[in-house]
Design a protein around this ligand. Sequence first.
Ligand code: DAH
Length: 355
Amino acid sequence: MDTSQMTHIQDEFDVSLETVEDARSLQDLKVRYLGKKGRVTGLMKEMKNLSNEERPAYGQKVNELRRNIEASIEEKSAEIEAAALEERLKNETIDVTLPGRKFNIGSQHPISRIIEDIEDFFIGLGYEIQEGYEVETDYYNFEALNLPKSHPARDMQDTFYISEEILLRTHTSPVQARVLEDRKGKEAVKIICPGKVYRRDSDDATHSHQFTQIEGLVVDKNIHMSDLKGTLELFAKEIFGTEREIRLRPSFFPFTEPSVEVDISCFKCKGAGCNVCKQSGWIEILGAGMVHPNVLRMAGYDPDEYSGFAFGMGPDRVAMLRYGIEDIRHLYTNDLRFINQFKQTEDGGENVESI
Ligand code: DAH
């Protein structure tokens, strides 16, 4: 039996194995020697041409060769894997001494904060929060609120019209009309409606073409002016401090009768007179009144059975008063130097001096 061929194959394999550096070329080498058409497999196929005497010794030799080659491949494979692991560990090393990356933590916008505070207060009194549409129809923004077309009181609110019938809402009051209509003249209503509103004003320190409002509406049987006054008194104490008092002055809104303007006693000078209250001791904070019978009627409520109160206030103004902000435009220009002053402290408190 000539075993020189086998020795030759083994030698050649050994040389090739030396050059193998990765799993892929190792696999190629394996196929070349042990695969279906591999060289060792070829030797095994030769067996059938041998005599019975020659076969066992030959078989033994070929098997030995195959086992050698298999063992070498396995060993190499383990080496390659170990090297790859080593390399990966080296690349993934974390240097725990490196300084961390600094995250910029955002803060709540002062208006959002005020709106949330006001919402919390009214939710505590059992109010629901309702949102309407910023793009409204003339009907809900005006007509359903007792402001028919060409009513002079429409002049109080310079309006961005999109078409004759569609506009950007000038106040959050249309939500009143929509909710009343939805409840079909039967159910009681107790809602507040925060949201953005728009007016065709030239922007200056106290005017912005877009600002925010919170509307409130309570409709039920036996709702009186005293309910309105009690609610707003509690509100003033909650938002502006427990010593605050309120006063109601007669006013006019087409959707309420009677209508009032509501002032709070000045939180800065406590009534003595200062720059915040313009020396009067009082600060105007909202408009309110008893829901006009026409508004109830148009939404399907019987004014002889139901009555209600409504109010509208500006969170922008509350924020300006609370934080001493002198120009409403600061609230809308998103200058980080301004907004960052309202970062909350770790315990959830405020780091700006507030009332
Ligand atoms: N909608 C009024 C405005 O924008 C504010 C207002 C006043 C709302 C009296 C009311 C109210 O609900 O009763 O000027």
